[in-house]
Design a binder for this molecule. Structure first.
Ligand SMILES: C[S@@+](CC[C@H](N)C(=O)[O-])C[C@H]1O[C@@H](n2cnc3c(N)ncnc32)[C@H](O)[C@@H]1O
Length: 231
């Protein structure tokens, strides 16, 4: 109940409203478990100890993963600022690879799901994750120079992204929750003003660059990592 109360205050939404027709999303608290269900009964849940969203990747190539190369692992970059935590799939993978990640997410619902998932997880390597509820543009503007960061990572929503790391049901709820990230280029512009060694943007393979000035692209089959600063 304490957890339900806390999140209902955070969302400014009533607990167990008598009339639910005005609410498209329902935030469920069932013991330790929290999840979101939409009016069509599609569910979105974040649980780092379950593997339905690939939170424990096997058979990965460690520091040779494209994302690790792009973020400068081999050059000693370890401290990453993730400006778009989303479901935390990339952030968790980066922690698994040995990066230390600070993440920012602006969707209140995702922030709540992530907060609970980080609290609940039994994965020791996730315990030091630092999560902030903020808009990244504002976060970048207000905290320049206050964090020790080697590389910045940004994965904004792409309107025509066909392939997704999420299965269909989760993808529909996720997209409805976060919408499009129309301000992505402004966020990137601000990120480029930070004193870091890398700024990396994840894009679908065929998408245009978010901003001109890519120094190197690390290309996979479906996505690529555009690197803007190489220091
Ligand atoms: C494509 S998803 C990121 C998926 C994430 N990389 C993962 O592995 O789960 C984009 C996410 O970034 C968040 N986002 C986009 N722009 C943001 C901003 N300016 N500030 C904070 N969060 C942002 C969105 O709310 C959404 O959750």
């Amino acid at each position: 109940m304490a957890k339900a109360l806390r999140w209902s205050e955070f969302f400014k939404c009533p607990i167990n409203p008598a009339d639910t027709k005005d609410f498209f999303f329902h935030f469920h608290v069932e013991g330790e478990r929290v999840f979101v269900r939409d009016a069509e009964k599609r569910t979105l849940e974040i649980d780092f100890d379950k593997n339905h969203l690939d939170y424990q990747r096997r058979g990965h190539q460690g520091k040779n993963e494209l994302i690790a190369k792009a973020l400068g692992y081999a050059k000693g970059c370890r401290k990453v600022l993730d400006l778009s935590v989303g479901m935390g799939i990339d952030s968790v993978f980066l922690m698994q690879l040995g990066f230390q990640v600070t993440g920012v997410e602006r969707s209140p619902v995702l922030y709540a799901l992530l907060t609970e998932a980080f609290k609940r997880t039994e994965k020791e390597y996730l315990k030091s994750y630092q999560l902030y509820f903020a808009d990244s543009l504002q976060f970048l503007q207000e905290h320049k120079g206050q964090f020790e960061i080697d590389s910045i990572y940004f994965d904004p929503m792409y309107p025509h992204k066909k392939k997704s790391a999420l299965p269909k049901q989760e993808m529909v709820v996720f997209r409805d929750l976060v919408g499009h990230d129309e301000d992505a280029s402004l966020v990137l512009k601000e990120a480029l003003s930070w004193p870091v060694r890398r700024v990396v943007v994840k894009r679908p393979m065929k998408a245009e660059e978010l901003l001109p000035g890519v120094i190197h692209s690390f290309e996979g089959k479906v996505v690529r990592y555009d690197s803007y600063v190489v220091g």
